[in-house]
Write a protein that binds this ligand. Structure first.
Ligand SMILES: Nc1ncnc2c1ncn2[C@@H]1O[C@H](COP(=O)(O)OP(=O)(O)OP(=O)(O)O)[C@@H](O)[C@H]1O
Ligand code: SF4
Ligand SMILES: [Mg+2]
Length: 393
């Protein structure tokens, strides 16, 4: 049984302030904490009741390669159903991947099982979208936050109790609320409980799966501030999953844009906002609202045709070709339908999976991103208002 690690420096109870950092955050340029290579996660489709047979697969994650640097926030963004949550869960080894390799802090965890996997899981935690659904309604808040300590048999009963009180303070909750049940808290407070629970075992990596989508706009900024403060306080590494580029662009060091199971673009947050090189990223950026009504009214939005195709039968070649505005502009080159574009560095630190990435800059569609980028430089932009999947004119 291991000892409880003290919570380094309990923070002030207001989550909107930045606590002094007594654990220096490693730089976002550090060595990779997570390295994912050609990850595939397929869910089998079966037919029949007594004698079931395998008739196909939902290709939820279809060849994802990325790394997460120690101390950074990597935003993972894309439309509903593109495989963001599945990728996050597979990285945490909540699933057994169909193929590929996951290395966590130098250890290949792809096929880890049993006690070795449990020990590794202690270092990787998840925060969920819906704080109400993800908290056990029959457990008290203190029970929920302390449960990971029980599971991993960390500390004595009294040490765990102390640790839970510290965790409540760290996330800006009154420790006296520990005996209350989830329904007695507001949405924002429930998400704080979820964050405290994730922090309980001193993880290195937190995968936050749409942690603010279910919250009121007024509360979203508080949770974002809390996550940012905790990152600098405890040197955490985040993968932040969102539909919404308007959220991830503010908090991410780098952003990976996902479409139908694949990463289509991966770049520094500012670089991606100012110079998107994939037609899909351009469409997502064009859906992010600009708070300046004059700029907003003259902006050109990219209308994506149709819905995301069925991941059980993805289009051949480039998965995006059925909806790509650039392909149409270029006269429907055959390559788009036949050859899957690899994710390659088009510029240093800026990877893109498009045969014609060099043709995006200078299009009127891409100039919409320039408007957004200048608004970003001016400090504009609201948290959580647009759904990139809802690209409208
Ligand atoms: N356990 C499962 N069994 C079968 N199919 C699944 C399972 N989990 C996810 N899928 C399918 O895999 C695809 C990707 O789902 P996933 O939840 O990862 O997408 P997402 O990008 O997180 O979407 P959202 O933004 O709506 O949360 C979807 O088609 C989904 O229906
Ligand atoms: S490869 Fe073709 S279809 Fe795919 S994003 Fe580029 S231009 Fe569009
Ligand atoms: Mg999801």
């Amino acid at each position: 049984m291991s000892m409880v690690h003290p919570v380094p420096g309990a923070a002030p109870s207001t989550a909107t302030t930045t606590a002094p950092s007594n654990v220096p955050a490693p730089t976002a340029n550090g060595a990779p904490l997570v390295e994912v290579t050609d990850l595939r996660m397929f869910f089998p489709i079966t037919q029949g009741t007594v004698f079931t047979h395998h008739v196909g697969d939902v290709r939820a994650v279809d060849g994802v390669t990325l790394s997460v640097r120690r101390g950074e926030t990597l935003g993972l963004v894309g439309e509903s159903g593109c495989g963001k949550s599945t990728a996050g869960r597979a990285i945490l080894r909540l699933y057994r991947p169909t193929d590929g390799r996951i290395v966590f802090d130098g250890t290949d965890i792809t096929h880890l099982e049993g006690g070795a996997l449990r020990r590794m899981r202690r270092r990787m935690q998840m925060i969920f979208q819906d704080p109400y659904a993800s908290l056990n309604p029959r457990m008290t808040a203190a029970g929920i936050v302390g449960e990971p300590l029980d599971i991993h048999q960390i500390g004595t009963t009294s040490e765990r109790r102390t640790r839970v009180r510290e965790l409540f303070e760290v996330v800006g909750l009154d420790p006296e609320y520990g005996e209350r049940y989830p329904h007695e808290f507001s949405g924002g407070q429930r998400q704080r409980i979820g964050v405290a629970r994730a922090l309980a075992v001193n993880p290195d990596l937190i995968i936050a799966d749409e942690p603010i989508s279910a919250l009121d706009v007024s509360i979203q900024a508080q949770i974002i501030n809390l996550l940012e403060r905790l990152q600098s306080q405890f040197g955490l590494t985040y993968v932040f999953i969102a539909h919404d580029l308007s959220v991830v662009r503010h908090i991410s060091d780098r952003i990976a844009v996902m479409y139908l199971g694949r990463i289509v673009e991966l770049a520094g947050s500012r670089e991606l906002n100012e110079r998107p090189m994939h037609p899909y990223s351009v469409a997502l950026l064009s859906a992010v609202p600009i708070p300046d009504p004059v700029v907003e009214s003259r902006r050109r939005r990219v209308i994506l045709k149709g819905d995301v195709p069925n991941p059980a039968a993805p289009p051949p070649g480039c998965h995006f070709h059925t909806r790509c505005w650039l392909r149409e502009r270029l006269g429907n080159p055959a390559e788009c339908e036949t050859v899957a574009p690899p994710l390659v560095d088009a510029l240093p630190g800026h990877a893109v999976a498009c045969h014609f990435a060099d043709r995006v800059a200078g299009t009127p569609e891409a100039s919409a991103s320039a408007d957004l980028a200048s608004s970003l430089r001016a400090g504009g932009g609201a948290v959580g208002t647009a759904r990139p999947g809802q690209v409208t004119s």
